[in-house]
Structure formats: C-alpha cells, structure tokens
Design a protein around this ligand. Sequence first.
Ligand SMILES: C[S@@+](CC[C@H](N)C(=O)[O-])C[C@H]1O[C@@H](n2cnc3c(N)ncnc32)[C@H](O)[C@@H]1O
Length: 286
Amino acid sequence: MTDGSSPARSADRRAPAEAIVRHYRRNGDWAPRITELMRAHGLDPRDPDAMAPLEQLHLGGHDATRALADWAGLAGGTVLDIGCGIGGPARTLAHAFACDVTGIDLTHGYCRDAGALSRQVGLAARTRFACASAHDLPFAAASFPWVWTQHAAMNIPDKRAMYAEIARVLQPGGRLVLHDIVAGPGREPHFPVPWASTPDASFLLPARGVHALLRAAGLRERVWEDLSKHAVQRVRDARARMRAGEPEGLGPHLLQGAEFLEMRRNLARNLEEGRVGVIRAVFEKA
Ligand SMILES: C[S@@+](CC[C@H](N)C(=O)[O-])C[C@H]1O[C@@H](n2cnc3c(N)ncnc32)[C@H](O)[C@@H]1O
C-alpha cells in the first residue's frame, strides 16, 4: 500500500516525449486551421473573444479557465503557464485578467502555434512561449508570483520533479493554480483519450498522491476541489443535448480529426466509470 504518490507505471521514467509530441501534433499546425474555421463561421480571426472557444484544450474549455482564474483570485501579475498548449489559457489570462504570461510546452509546434495566434489577436506583448519540459524549467529560482497549469500533469511521468521545479520558480508566498485529470478509484482508463493515443503517454496519479507530492515540494494548500461529479454531470448534460438534436457549438473538437470522437467518448466513459477524476486547487509556497 502506498500513499499513491508514485506513478502506477515507472517511478522515475522521464517523459516519453516522442509519443506525447506525436499525439498532440497528429493533425499538424493549429494556427491556420483556427483562422480558417473562424473565417468560415463569419468570425473575425483577430478577435481574442471570438477565438477563445477554439483554443482551450481541457475539460470545460474557456469557461473553466475563467472560472479557475476567478476562483484563484488572479487579477494581474506575472504568470508561468506549464504545458500551455496552443496558448489559449495564456491569452485568456492576458486579455481578461490583465496578466503577463510566459507559457512553456514540450510540443515545439504548439509553441509556434501559440506565438502565431497571440500575434494574430494582438496579445504578443503580454504572452510569450518557449519549448521546454516541466521536468526542467529554464527559469531562475523565485521568478514568478503565479504558476498555472491545466491538463498537462497527466502527460508528465515524474510529477515529483515537476512540482519541485514549480516550487523552485515560485516566489515566497507565490501561488500554484492547477486543474488536472487524476486517476480515479476505478480500473485503468480506456484509450485513446484526448491526452494520449496510447497508455505509454499517460501518467495519472490519484488525487491524494498529487496532494502528497505538492506538500512534499514545500507547497501549502489554500483551496482544493474535486470536480469529478461535476464533470460527470457535464457529460450527461452534453449527451442529453445531443439526443435532443441540439447542435454543438464551436470548439477544438472541430480541429482534432475523426479519432477525437472516440477519445472524447472514452473520456466520458472513464469519468462515469470512476477510472479518472478531475481536480482543481491553489497551493502557496511557504
Ligand atoms: C491537454 S494539453 C493542455 C494544453 C493547455 N494547458 C490547455 O489547457 O489548453 C497538454 C499539454 O501539455 C504538454 N506537455 C506534455 N508533457 C509536457 C512536459 N513534460 N512539459 C511541458 N509540457 C508538456 C503537451 O505538449 C500539451 O500541449
């Protein structure tokens, strides 16, 4: 019996970076496809509010990002976004919360897309992106008052290293805001899922294991919320809307190929069967 803080598969395995990057880049560049889709729907590709529903690669989309920032009390300040994807959350924090955001991501093409999209919506001065791993952050100690991460930890095998790096780059009194998928009490997830085509790119810990690693890194809980039941309810509501013939709005699902339908179905099933859960939290560096 462990406290759940060791990844179920290999204890100190470094990122199987190739499998992860292959998974996220399977459909090529995002920036031109987002621009094209916006034009096709009569939207102005330079409008950050119009782009917001298309650029957030996590459960709950743009609404979840805004709700998380409100909940964490973010209002201005310098933020490091770990696993920033194509920069959706970073642009929301810059545009709607007056933050100055640096995003890092393992997937080089995502950093390129993120930069291009920020330039397109006029947010290049307040968002910047670099290719780096959460295991080894290219920043000096105590560089940031805020660290933000949404739906990236599930790809990161060495979460002890990730949280130690976060604690290192946070200023004393600085805060980590996280929103992540965790292992549920049920059995192994069904694959593929939106974060991994195959199990070798997925590294989930139970919530209590995440909590233990954060505390071991020298971070203190401010708030913690298990969103799993809420996520299951969202799945059921979305299914009911689909059955009633309601058209689905614009979202990143339109840009992720036919296989994404299966990934999304598996995620819904994994949530309903307790194979995965969802948490959000704010931790403070002592
Ligand atoms: C599901 S996406 C979420 C992107 C973004 N946070 C969002 O919510 O829109 C997960 C991201 O984590 C990145 N990632 C995976 N492993 C990483 C690592 N070791 N270091 C930095 N980023 C990583 C992936 O490249 C991908 O962009």
